[in-house]
Unconditional design. Structure first.
Length: 348
């Protein structure tokens, strides 16, 4: 199948995206990086639908992080697995695990590609014990090679639980991880998405990485405006950083909210819902994943969103939409059942 545009369908349907060999693209909650004259799309390969269990358990991987390549953003070639799980029960990466929301940036000083993710050890269930709420890092000499796993950490402090994860490389070359940090109150062992956030302190944090991007520095901020938010995705334009976020409702969709700041480590303020005509108030039945620039096109950015198919995680829908900047200090996103890059500055 060959595409000449992004085709998403109606907001209430799951429409799959196929690679050039006719296979469904399976790269959940990943990102896109431009390198060596191509776009590289990567994400966690979700496992097959368990027999008799609906989608339950399909949100983990037995394979790892996979990658696709493209020259036009529409048509993608499968490149293979870049970060593998293990069959060894004594290995930290023993499958099934979660390399959840992986992100890759290039370090011009070390000439290495660095991948960070939210890591959950086997059997891949989020938790509060060691191995169930970590930040993991891997590195590679080439964008599409086999990444070497370097291990895990808990940024800020050891009892800092890592949840939804993102990454951002600034124009000065500094890199940051952005994640939903959870800190349970004393005596609490769990919390519910359906209750008020009284049992856990969950808030977005921005942490600057070391110069080689392989560890966390002591420079970080708690984004007070990001309390009880997750799925952060950042873009910079017109001197402002904009952070697209989701509320905490588990797999259920909810209204997006975006924040604004003049500095990544500065004070962030709530602006509002960036979604135009989102009549269902569900972020078009999606959740944010990542924002990347269109190569060679000044001011053009695409937000990657995902329509999670909880009945079969292999068949999630990848919704990529153009970001608009109605004024210097605002951003907006509108849904399009289909669109092309040629239409970027004319669609509304």
């Amino acid at each position: 199948m060959k595409y000449d545009k992004f085709v998403h369908g109606k907001i209430d349907e799951f429409k799959q995206w196929y690679d050039i060999d006719g296979n469904i693209i399976n790269a959940s909650d990943g990102g896109v990086i431009f390198a060596d004259g191509k776009y590289w799309w990567y994400g966690m390969k979700l496992q097959p639908l368990p027999v008799g269990k609906g989608g339950i358990g399909g949100q983990v991987t037995r394979v790892g992080v996979v990658m696709y390549s493209s020259i036009d953003l529409y048509n993608w070639k499968y490149e293979g697995v870049i970060l593998n799980t293990s069959n060894d029960p004594n290995n930290e990466l023993f499958a099934p695990v979660r390399f959840e929301r992986p992100k890759i940036v290039y370090n011009a000083q070390t000439k290495k590609f660095v991948l960070w993710c939210h890591f959950v050890k086997s059997p891949g269930d989020h938790g509060f014990t060691p191995g169930t709420a970590e930040a993991g890092v891997a590195v590679c000499d080439t964008v599409n090679g086999t990444y070497e796993w370097l291990g895990t950490t808990r940024p800020v402090c050891e009892n800092s639980l890592v949840r939804d994860f993102s990454m951002y490389k600034d124009k000065d070359g500094a890199a940051y991880i952005i994640f939903d940090r959870e800190l349970l109150q004393e005596g609490a062992t769990s919390f519910s998405y359906d209750t008020n956030p009284v049992k856990a302190d969950r808030c977005i944090y921005v942490v600057k990485l070391s110069d080689d991007y392989l560890s966390c520095s002591n420079e970080y901020i708690r984004v007070e405006a990001g309390f009880w938010r997750e799925a952060a995705a950042i873009v910079e334009q017109n001197g402002y950083y904009f952070m697209f976020t989701s509320g905490l409702t588990g797999w259920r969709t909810n209204p997006a909210l975006y924040l604004r700041s003049k500095s990544l480590l500065g004070e962030w303020e709530i602006v509002g819902d960036p979604c135009v005509n989102d009549v269902t108030r569900t972020t078009f039945e999606t959740q944010s994943t990542f924002i990347f620039p269109v190569h060679g096109k000044e001011g053009q950015f695409i937000i990657m969103l995902e329509r999670h198919n909880t009945q079969n995680f292999e068949e999630c829908s990848y919704i990529w939409l153009p970001i608009m900047f109605p004024t210097k200090d605002t951003m907006a996103v509108a849904y399009h059942e289909e669109w092309s890059l040629a239409d970027y500055f004319t669609i509304k």
